[in-house]
Write a new protein. Structure first.
Length: 270
């Protein structure tokens, strides 16, 4: 007896569920280049996920949509960091079937609640139903399947990036429906004027990680190297973004050109 494809559940697993079920820290990178080939190469390299960065790149909604389709088709989770805290992109990205969203520069519980409500279906939240969009497999999913994926499998994360938000981490991470968080170390250093090694910064990070563990909210951060990723995982981060597509290309290209020029130095004339 064959199953009815019209009622079959999608095999795709959302990022929040992947975090719950994983026995290791998940490793991803940022996508800033509007190239589907880049996304496919990153998948082929073995990354668990990519974060399509609309805050610090010119990536449009169309570009984010296409990158999501390619990433998921290649076996990666696709997260999107939205451009700002306005909420204007949330509904359309969720309808596009993304696996998670990061909302940047969230300060305080009220701002976190506003962001999270927009990503949870009514009546608990304010997200509208769009089951005939890609998130509903163009209407193939049943309504309960569609709601379950949106509410239980999509990661709804806020970024804490300054001293005040990290000091209020316990309150922010207790936000109903919040199932992910991200520590923005770069902006934390920028806003405090202190290096990552400073005792105050490390105290704020410890407060953040302790609060996350208390509220069972998986947390991520951005690093640059494999060693930094290993240290982050050991400290309790559930997911890390290592470098980004532009840096990976720049470092590889710069290293190659430097090596070539060293080997092609003009012969010394006597």
């Amino acid at each position: 007896m064959t199953s009815d494809p019209g009622s079959a559940r999608s095999n795709h697993v959302g990022f929040a569920r992947r975090l719950r079920e994983s026995d290791r820290c998940l490793v991803g990178t940022w996508v800033k280049i509007p190239s589907l080939e880049t996304v496919e190469i990153l998948a082929d390299a073995g990354f668990d996920f990519v974060v399509i960065d609309q805050e610090h790149s010119p990536l449009t909604l169309d570009a984010a949509y296409a990158a999501t389709v390619v990433a998921q088709g290649a076996g990666m989770s696709a997260l999107v960091r939205v451009p700002d805290r306005s909420g204007s992109h949330l509904q359309r990205l969720l309808d596009a079937g993304v696996d998670g969203i990061l909302v940047p520069r969230v300060v305080g519980r009220a701002m976190a609640e506003t962001a999270v409500r927009q990503m949870i279906f009514s009546p608990a939240g304010e997200r509208g139903a769009g089951i005939t969009a890609r998130a509903g497999r163009w209407g193939r999913l049943s309504f309960p399947e569609y709601l379950n994926f949106g509410n239980d499998e999509v990661m709804r994360a806020v970024q804490l990036e300054d001293k005040e938000s990290l000091e209020a981490a316990d309150e922010i991470l207790a936000t109903p429906g919040l199932n992910g968080a991200f520590l923005g170390m770069g902006d934390l250093q920028l806003s405090t004027g202190l290096p990552e090694s400073d005792d105050l910064i490390q105290k704020l990070v410890a407060t953040f990680l302790t609060a996350a563990a208390r509220h069972k909210v998986p947390v991520g951060t951005a690093v640059q190297t494999a060693d930094e990723a290993s240290r982050a995982a050991a400290r309790g981060y559930s997911y890390v973004m290592v470098s980004n597509d532009t840096s990976l290309i720049r470092i590889a290209a710069t290293g190659l050109v430097s090596d070539i020029r060293q080997k092609l130095k003009p012969a010394v004339r006597h």
